[in-house]
Design a binder for this molecule. Structure first.
Ligand code: NAD
Ligand code: MG
Length: 396
């Protein structure tokens, strides 16, 4: 029996994870489920999966949740705060942690799981983008097993030779020449920057192929998601940014590819449903049923590919430049993007101003190598302050 903590259980990835786990209750049991504020949904999940702990954002929510759980006859204990998130991530009883909190808030609890040597299923790409060097060093030091959930990275992991996956270099003697990162192009593919000026949050969140949380949906629409994923891939597979090419593939059937020196290109295909990478990582190196329908190639009939439009989607170039700059550039990029995306979702700035906020913030900050978690958090904090102030100026 694998004991699992799901960080971010009420989110899109969390719900898909529990869907897969529910199909295999002989193999997996839940130690803890966490949510920030959605206690109704969390209570429902607790009644179904009977975890030891349920974690929420603050004391008042924990009290409300505890009352709901008691009324439902559940013995789950409701606790709250960052320390509680760390406790359910590094508890000796836990084997595996699904890191599916969105944004920088996921970093500290995910690192707690890494330091404790857990098997980490990493969906929370922002944690790796913001603190890649420290994160990967902690993985190496603790011997924790890091498996990618992001569909593209999970696909690359599946296409790399055995032993070349996460936390091992893909370049040494394996013949790997290039990683080809798939991108759907998002809801605004084919539009010019001009045409994107007036788009609304709901339009940005209406992804053609994937159903996801609102933050990652906006990132997918701006292609910042692909930029974050480029940085994520550099860390996961120990390759330089130049070895990764973004391929726009609107059907989202090929989830990414690996190109080898002998002319071979290996790809992983599947319907666009996150339960496939989740099931893959949960059971790795075995395979389990995920609930995802078989791929019907005759129905799909054709697969298309194009280069990303770098004029219309400046976020991708900004992220690539941050990957090149290294040090704390990705920390700043991620923080400014989180602030800008929230401001766009709150209708305080326009969609095309997201890139502007991120670029201005990067230009305003000192680029230096963060030697500690505190230094990462300080860079993150400074970038948030700057971008928030910049957005206030834009609003005037
Ligand atoms: P979501 O918004 O649907 O869910 C986010 C979860 O995080 C919720 O459970 C929420 O309660 C929790 N959370 C939010 N803020 C928090 C905070 N401050 N403290 C503690 N918990 C907090 O997001 P999602 O779409 O499930 O994405 C989760 C992560 O997975 C993101 O990093 C995203 O980039 C990544 N990811 C998602 C998908 C997808 O298909 N949804 C695909 C690839 C990667
Ligand atoms: Mg992805």
């Amino acid at each position: 029996m694998q004991m699992i903590t799901v960080l971010g259980a009420t989110g899109s990835i969390g719900v898909s994870t529990l869907d897969v786990i529910a199909r295999h209750q002989d193999k997996y049991a839940i130690f803890a489920l966490t949510a920030h504020t959605q206690i109704d949904k969390l209570a429902e999940q607790c009644l179904q999966f009977n975890p030891k702990f349920a974690v929420v954002g603050d004391a008042a929510l924990a009290e409300q949740l505890q009352a709901m759980l008691r009324a439902g006859g559940s013995t789950t204990e409701a606790i709250y705060g960052v320390d509680a998130l760390c406790k359910v991530s590094n508890d000796a009883a836990v084997d595996t942690v699904m890191a599916a909190i969105v944004g920088a808030a996921g970093l500290v609890p995910t690192l707690a799981a890494v330091h404790a040597g857990k098997k980490i299923l990493l969906a929370n790409k922002e944690a790796l983008v913001m603190a890649g060097g420290l994160f990967m060093q902690a993985v190496a030091d603790s011997g924790s097993l890091l498996l990618p959930i992001d569909s593209e990275h999970n696909a690359i992991f599946q296409c790399l030779p055995a032993g070349c996956g996460s936390s091992a270099s893909a370049s040494s003697n394996s013949g790997v020449e290039k990683l080809l990162l798939s991108a759907s192009g998002g809801p605004f593919r084919g539009m010019t920057l001009e045409q994107m000026h007036g788009v609304t949050p709901d339009q940005a969140c209406a992804h053609p192929n994937w159903s996801m949380g609102r933050k990652i949906s906006v990132d997918s629409a701006s292609l910042m998601n692909k930029g974050l994923e480029l940085i994520e891939a550099c860390w996961l597979f120990a390759v330089p940014e130049q070895s990764i090419e973004v391929v726009v593939h609107p059907q989202s059937i090929i989830h990414s590819l690996v190109q080898y020196s002998d002319g071979s290109v290996l790809a992983q295909l599947g319907n666009p449903d996150m339960r496939t990478p989740i099931a893959h990582a949960l059971a790795w190196p075995q395979r389990i049923e995920s609930g995802v329908a078989n791929l019907n190639l005759f129905e799909i009939a054709r697969l298309d590919f194009e280069k990303p439009d770098m004029q219309a989607f400046p976020c991708l170039a900004i992220a690539r430049a941050a990957a090149q700059a290294g040090a704390n550039a990705a920390t700043i990029l991620n923080a400014a993007n989180e602030i800008a995306v929230q401001a766009f979702l709150d209708e305080r700035i326009g969609f095309t101003q997201i890139a502007d906020v991120v670029e201005q913030t990067l230009n305003s900050q000192v680029i230096s190598e963060p030697e500690s978690l505190e230094a990462v958090q300080e860079s993150d904090n400074q970038a948030r302050l700057y971008s928030s102030a910049y957005i206030k100026r834009l609003e005037k």
